[in-house]
Design a protein around this ligand. Structure first.
Ligand code: GDP
Length: 368
């Protein structure tokens, strides 16, 4: 291209021919070093966690979330070593549809918990986050006070993998947080799908946030979610919404009467509150404390935790078996053919499943 600056009439500086960039020895090194972090040994991680070092805790959680086998190996060792120091917390699941006010409420509840002199970890399970890039907890500014509070540790949902995988990682993160001295754990999830079951299987108290106002608030909620709740709280009971909230409260109370008493022996309560204006926060917390005292006394607290441990043992086995199966190269290759056979009606679904499972078991036998 002609540069006007090189015209003989032009009195300014002329443009010289450019030089090409110097070759780099390793073009990837620059990018790589940006991500490279100091790595620690298992005992350094464990010591750090036990000393409540949140930076090391955060990095250990990153290892839990990593899909790299070498990271997983370290993470599992760290978890094993932290396990004896875990369990000493109250774990609370918080769910509600988007817009119900989860983050506003968690900020308010969290500050209340901190004022009681507790340490709080807020985790999340959001199976959709792979697509939405972490719609819950992703944006820390949503919990303005908690995100800068000294005794709070906030961690968005692990994003990769199936719900089972995401939930397992969160459960493992709970162990590390407890070992680091966090004695209150909140686990947030979006109240729209399967994730509540996963959260329910790892908490001591399951809190359902609801909204009033439409008059048909009971219709949108799946019966299963209501049955799981140990407490239902109706948010935004402020301004001219108070009456509607009270009405919703009585609707929910009536609906709950139709359910059998849960295994815990605790009849779930329905309260109204305002997360934004911080009205009724203490009452919600008193309800949770009351529940915990109740189930500790009647033995359900221990029972539920033991049941959960059993559940997670089976979940982990199932997940491991599934991933071993689907990640097996012979199997994943053969599955494509089987899929076609089934689609073209050359084989029944059952015959195809049997064929491929047998292939897998044979390979296992032969590899011994
Ligand atoms: P999330 O999607 O469930 O996490 O909900 P957010 O906490 O982001 O809240 C959704 C919207 O409801 C925001 O605009 C909040 O300001 C508003 N909100 C949350 N809690 C209250 C409340 O107690 N009262 C009122 N009036 N608005 C609230």
């Amino acid at each position: 291209m002609e540069h006007p600056e090189n015209d003989s009439q032009y009195t300014g500086l002329s443009v010289n021919e450019g030089t090409s960039d110097k070759p780099t020895v390793n073009p990837y090194l620059k990018n790589f070093s940006r991500f490279k972090r100091k790595s620690y040994t298992v005992s350094e991680y464990v010591e750090g966690i036990l000393k409540s070092d949140v930076s090391l805790l955060g990095q250990a959680v990153t290892l839990i979330e990593s899909s790299k086998p070498e990271h997983q190996a370290i993470a599992q060792e760290v978890i094993d070593k932290c396990l004896p120091y875990s369990g000493n917390s109250v774990r609370i699941g918080i769910t509600g549809v988007p817009g119900a006010g989860k983050s506003t409420s968690i900020d308010a509840f969290g500050m209340h918990v901190l004022e009681e002199g507790k340490k709080l970890a807020v985790l999340a399970i959001d199976p959709s986050s792979e697509v939405s890039k972490g719609s819950i907890l992703g944006d820390k500014t949503r919990m303005e006070r908690l995100s800068v509070a000294e005794n709070a540790f906030i961690r968005p949902s692990p994003s990769a993998g199936s719900l089972g995988g995401v939930a397992r990682k969160t459960r493992e993160t709970i162990i590390l947080c407890e070992a680091a001295g966090f004695d209150r754990i909140f686990i947030e999830t979006v109240g729209v799908g399967q994730s509540e079951t996963a959260v329910h299987s790892m908490v001591d108290f399951f809190l359902l946030i609801q909204l009033a106002g439409t008059g048909d608030e009971l219709q949108g909620i799946k019966r299963g979610i209501m049955e799981m709740a140990d407490g239902i709280i109706i948010n935004k009971a402020d301004g001219n919404n108070i009456e509607k909230a009270k009405l919703a409260q009585s609707h929910f109370r009536n609906a709950l009467h139709l359910f059998p008493l849960p295994e815990s022996g605790w009849a779930p309560k329905v309260l109204t509150y305002s997360g934004y204006f911080e009205i009724g926060i203490k009452e919600v917390w008193d309800m949770i404390d009351e529940y915990i005292a109740f189930v500790r006394k009647n033995g359900y607290f221990e029972y539920r935790r033991n049941e959960q441990s059993k559940y997670w043992m089976y979940e982990t086995i199932n997940e491991r078996l599934k991933s071993d199966f689907y990640n097996n190269p012979t199997i994943s290759n053969e599955l494509k053919f089987c899929e076609q056979d089934v689609l073209q009606s050359r084989m029944s679904s059952f015959a195809a499943a049997a064929k491929i499972l047998n292939m897998y078991f044979d390979e296992l036998k032969n590899s011994k």
